[in-house]
Design a protein around this ligand. Structure first.
Ligand code: GCU
Length: 359
């Protein structure tokens, strides 16, 4: 048996395919997995609003030496007679047609910051749609204020959405807006990307919203791309104590009790198959655990095979930096350094997408 297969076998994972042998049957299985993770890990992502409109609040047309236009947007969502708004930003290169796009789930919400080198991104011909996660709902246990009050309700029942599900819902609203911009955006090449807790959010978004062709998780670790069984660093038990509001209450109850979950993180990753799942790690980020993130990417092989695809193409060893395994539909990348979303990471992700788009 190959080395990586053995490493995966030692993790004792719940079987991903559950006996299915065709892609049609796998698609039905994906629906079951979506329901399982909504009930037992993240809570249900709220439905699309009845109506949504987007207002341009201001335009700055000198961005990146005048090569791009940065816009402050306000999204307003309506469910029946309830109505609420959140801000977002778009940065669109000028005079370009059919640009690929990123929905970047951001910690800040500015038009450029340490994790979001917008100038480099637009110079490479990509558009950027972004929002600050805390502008939607606070990163704490308060479900009474803002959007959480409308979308979760102040009483958190078993599978009511946790905060990650609410941030994923927001990223989907940005995609709704992008769909109205088909003349300037290449709708077949839209990526969702996030770092760390927002990398977990990107995986949830892409897993439940198939409009995203590339699902990119940077250093997402526990409850993100890292296989839980046998993981080092952060584990379900601890994350459910420290950040219970990210998840549904059923997850916290089970994780604290240490019960053997009917899923592992390959279930979440498999929801983006046969699209591109791109997993980035940092060598020193042992809290997230690069080896378990690599195994997350490798665990999808059987699912991709149902589509006649290869999944992750690797050399049968745990990769060391700097390594980009981007021959297949699952991509794994590890760089040196610590937990961060760097320019180097963005450039690597854009190199990968450029390569895939050429095919
Ligand atoms: C904490 C948490 C991680 C999370 C990270 C982040 O370290 O334990 O699960 O990914 O914060 O979002 O920065």
């Amino acid at each position: 048996m190959s080395k990586v297969k053995k490493l995966l076998e030692d993790r004792n994972l719940p079987p991903l395919l559950g006996g299915v042998k065709t892609k049609d049957a796998f698609e039905k299985r994906q629906e079951k997995i979506r329901k399982l993770l909504a009930d037992r890990q993240f809570g249900q992502i709220p439905a699309k609003p009845d109506h949504m409109f987007v207002e341009v609040k201001s335009v700055y047309d000198r961005f990146a030496c005048g090569k791009a236009e940065s816009k402050k947007l306000e999204f307003t969502c309506e469910y029946g007679d309830k109505r609420f708004s959140f801000p977002a930003v778009s940065i669109i290169p000028k005079n370009k047609k059919k640009c690929p796009a990123f929905v970047y789930i951001d910690f800040e919400g500015s038009d450029a910051n340490k994790y979001m080198p917008s100038e480099e991104i637009v110079e490479r011909g990509y558009t950027l749609f972004t929002f600050c996660y805390k502008d939607v709902t606070s990163d704490d246990g308060d479900f009474k204020k803002g959007i959480a009050r409308y979308l979760t309700g102040s009483r958190r029942r078993n599978n009511a959405p946790g905060k990650i599900a609410l941030w994923a819902w927001t990223a989907m609203r940005l995609m709704d807006h992008i769909e109205t911009l088909g003349d300037i955006i290449d709708l077949d090449n839209v990526a969702v990307i996030g770092h760390s807790r927002l990398g977990k959010t990107a995986l949830l978004t892409g897993g439940y919203d198939t409009r995203f062709k590339y699902v990119i998780s940077n250093d997402s670790g526990c409850c993100g791309a890292a296989i839980e069984r046998g993981k080092i660093g952060e584990r379900y038990g601890r994350i459910s104590e420290v950040f219970p509001y990210w998840f549904c209450t059923a997850f916290n109850r089970d994780a604290r009790a240490g019960i053997d979950m009917p899923f592992d993180q390959h279930f979440l990753l498999s929801l983006s198959v046969p699209r591109y799942v791109i997993i980035g790690s940092a060598e020193e980020d042992l809290w997230a655990d690069p080896e378990s993130e690599f195994l997350g990417a490798a665990s999808l092989e059987d699912a991709y095979r149902l589509y006649g695809m290869r999944g992750l193409v690797h050399n049968d060893e745990v990769p060391r930096p700097r390594c980009v395994l981007d021959e297949g539909e699952a991509v794994y990348y590890v760089r040196s350094g610590n937990h961060y979303l760097s320019r180097h990471d963005w450039n690597t992700y854009m190199d990968i997408i450029d390569k895939k788009r050429e095919k």
